[in-house]
Design a protein around this ligand. Structure first.
Ligand SMILES: [Zn+2]
Length: 276
């Protein structure tokens, strides 16, 4: 069977036997894979320091799409060192790979997902931003990830009936429904969260979306207004208007609730990060 090569991020390492371990990897070329690394736990391991959670390495492996692949080489490219200086950035790194492990399926090829995650981990590792900027970056990462997975919530029209939203007040976000709901459709729906006007505007800004008309006091949904095609801003963009701490906190909580609904349980590392 032919060997494959790829750049990979180590998501999880599990001991398998006295000498071997099983690794879960996000590869750039083959999506997420599970592989057995024979001899990885021997003192003179052929994998050297490559198999380390959050490390980036060049791997060679025998690809078995419906079973465990066999890892034959892992050459370390970059070790994640943020934890030596800042525990919160370490947990943020763990949180990023928890999202990848839980929200993606094995074997789905998505180089953009790899690039997004790789860039996020490098930025966390370098620690070039303040704590508030870090929260902002994580939110951008979450939104970009949801977008790539086709799970970004609907914000510019009612997710239930499709009518376009033309004002900012009275924002009802349906967690089960997966986006905003008009007054008619929100009735009787479980798990509906009210979002503040400024928080919702910040969320629209982050995803690069606009709604037609503002300032009306009624729940004015109007199909005649053209809603600008949503265009998610590059998460690395530095041109985003600064979001206030309160709005940022509100949107992060909202997106966390949304992710929790997608998963069916809250991401473990998020609560850890919040405690720091
Ligand atoms: Zn509706």
């Amino acid at each position: 069977m032919a060997s494959e090569k790829s750049l990979a991020i180590v998501l999880r390492v599990t001991e398998y036997s006295e000498t071997s371990c099983i690794v879960n990897l996000l590869t750039r070329e083959f999506g997420r894979i599970g592989a057995i690394a024979k001899g990885a736990r021997r003192p003179k391991s052929p994998f050297n320091a490559g198999i380390d959670v959050l490390a980036v390495c060049q791997i060679v492996f025998i690809n078995k799409p419906s079973a465990l692949s066999i890892l034959t080489e892992a050459k370390l490219e970059r070790r994640f060192r943020a934890g030596e200086r800042d525990l919160k950035r370490l947990y943020a790194g763990y949180y990023v790979i928890e999202l990848i492990r839980t929200l993606t399926d094995e074997g789905e090829r998505a180089p953009e997902l790899f690039d997004l995650t790789h860039e996020m981990l490098v930025q966390l590792d370098k620690g070039v931003f303040s704590e508030n900027e870090m929260n902002h970056r994580i939110l951008q990462y979450e939104l970009s990830l949801l977008d790539l997975l086709g799970q970004l919530p609907m914000l510019t029209r009612c997710v239930s009936c499709g009518r376009e939203k033309t004002m900012l007040s009275e924002v009802n976000f349906g967690l089960n429904a997966g986006g905003v709901l008009c007054q008619t459709c929100r009735r009787g729906k479980p798990n509906v969260v009210q979002v503040s006007t400024t928080g919702f505007q910040s969320l629209l800004d982050l995803v690069g979306a606009q709604i037609g008309q503002q300032g009306s006091n009624s729940d004015n949904w109007n199909q005649a207004h053209q809603v600008k095609e949503r265009q998610l801003r590059s998460w690395t963009s530095t041109t985003t208007e600064p979001t206030s701490v309160d709005d940022l906190s509100e949107i992060r909580d909202l997106i966390q609730l949304y992710i929790t609904h997608l998963l069916g349980y809250p991401p473990k590392l998020y609560s850890f990060m919040k405690q720091l």
